[in-house]
Design a protein around this ligand. Structure first.
Ligand code: RIB
Length: 350
């Protein structure tokens, strides 16, 4: 500080005010200090600064799993907004485990983050730590999932509507034996997607076979296991709606292993519309979620709160959109350009 003050020919107090933004400094003096800082290559200690202000420029993002290809776009959206506003991001993976979420919220509080962005690993209700983080005065924005009881800011995607339109599409294509592979049902978005599926069937007066509803974990392996169970059932479902694309990949894999073809033997719809959805064989019909926009919207909301906005809590729901590709066969002869060769017999299952 002393060197900077000498170079800029100002007092150490003035340098401190410029560096820590603790008081208004005349523009001419401010520029002199900034020039001196640049020429001396000075890097302020974020740690010291954080201690003085009782707040750092860190945003903590708590999320399920960065190796799930849906989440990088969300994180990228958050980071692009945060970076422009001199906020820096710390990432934590919970694996959808409320216990891990609790540890992160507990431990990282002492780092005095400027704000939290949380994709909750909600159970039957939000974790006590999430409740207390929100009550502590540090802004919190939930993304993608709204835990029961959460009254703060939240940015979601239209899950129920997306599943409803995916299911309607299957019904329009003549399917009546529809199965669903849900995400973990302690997560609100998994429940909403199941609700959309059920609503479409109820509206079409198509009964739901309870064993055609299989719960899985939003990952490929559990999707594969659930699909293997479904595809061994008699009668076999003609279509499977997988509530995310990773599980849809698992369904494709299971079908292939059992000697079944998509869409001739089984139609498949996913949810997320990940980049690879266009490149599976056949290209996957899927409900598009605007992942990047989910991240930017949540980060902007958080920034407003960090800047002191006292506006009432906001719930923003971004639209989802069904992308129709080639993984659904038409079973109704009337609208079938190329009749699918549905096999009536059960395939020889291992
Ligand atoms: O693929 C992961 C799923 O969990 C996504 O659909 C996303 O919405 C998340 O909650």
């Amino acid at each position: 500080m002393r060197q900077i003050a000498e170079r800029a020919d100002v007092s150490i107090g003035t340098v401190s005010h410029v560096v820590n933004d603790t008081a208004k400094v005349r523009e001419k003096l401010r520029q002199r200090v900034l020039d001196a800082i640049r020429s001396l290559g000075y890097q302020p200690s974020q740690l010291a600064r954080g201690l003085r202000r009782n707040q750092t420029n860190i945003v903590v993002m708590i999320m399920p799993d960065i190796t799930n290809p849906f989440f990088p776009a969300v994180v990228r959206g958050v980071e692009d907004v945060a970076y422009k506003h001199s906020l820096r991001l710390v990432l934590c993976n919970t694996d959808n485990d409320p216990g891990k979420e609790t540890s992160y919220l507990n431990e990282l509080r002492s780092y005095r983050p400027a704000g939290w962005l949380v994709i909750p690993a909600a159970d039957s209700e939000m974790t006590a730590q999430l409740r207390s983080a929100a009550a502590s005065g540090t802004p919190v924005v939930c993304i993608d999932r709204q835990p029961p009881g959460w009254k703060g800011d939240v940015v979601l995607v239209a899950n129920e509507a997306g599943s409803h339109s995916a299911t309607q599409h299957l019904l329009r294509m003549g399917h009546r034996q529809l199965a669903v592979i849900t995400g973990p049902l302690h997560l609100t978005n998994a429940v909403e997607r199941l609700m959309g599926f059920k609503r479409a069937l109820a509206e079409a007066k198509v009964p739901i076979e309870p064993e055609y509803i299989q719960e899985a974990q939003f990952n490929r392996q559990s999707g594969y296991q659930a699909a293997t169970r479904l595809l061994r059932m008699l009668p076999r479902p003609t279509a499977i709606f997988a509530c995310n694309d990773l599980m849809a990949m698992g369904v494709l894999h299971a079908a292939r292993e059992l000697g079944l073809h998509c869409p001739e033997d089984v139609s498949i719809v996913g949810f997320d519309d990940l980049d690879f959805a266009e490149f599976t064989a056949p290209a996957l019909t899927s409900v598009h979620q605007p992942g990047y926009q989910l991240g930017t919207t949540a980060a902007r909301l958080l920034l407003d709160r960090i800047d002191g906005s006292q506006a009432p809590a906001q719930k923003i729901t971004l639209p989802s959109e069904l992308k129709i590709r080639h993984s659904v066969a038409s079973l109704s002869p009337a609208n079938s350009p190329s009749k699918p060769k549905r096999r009536a017999e059960a395939v020889a299952l291992r």
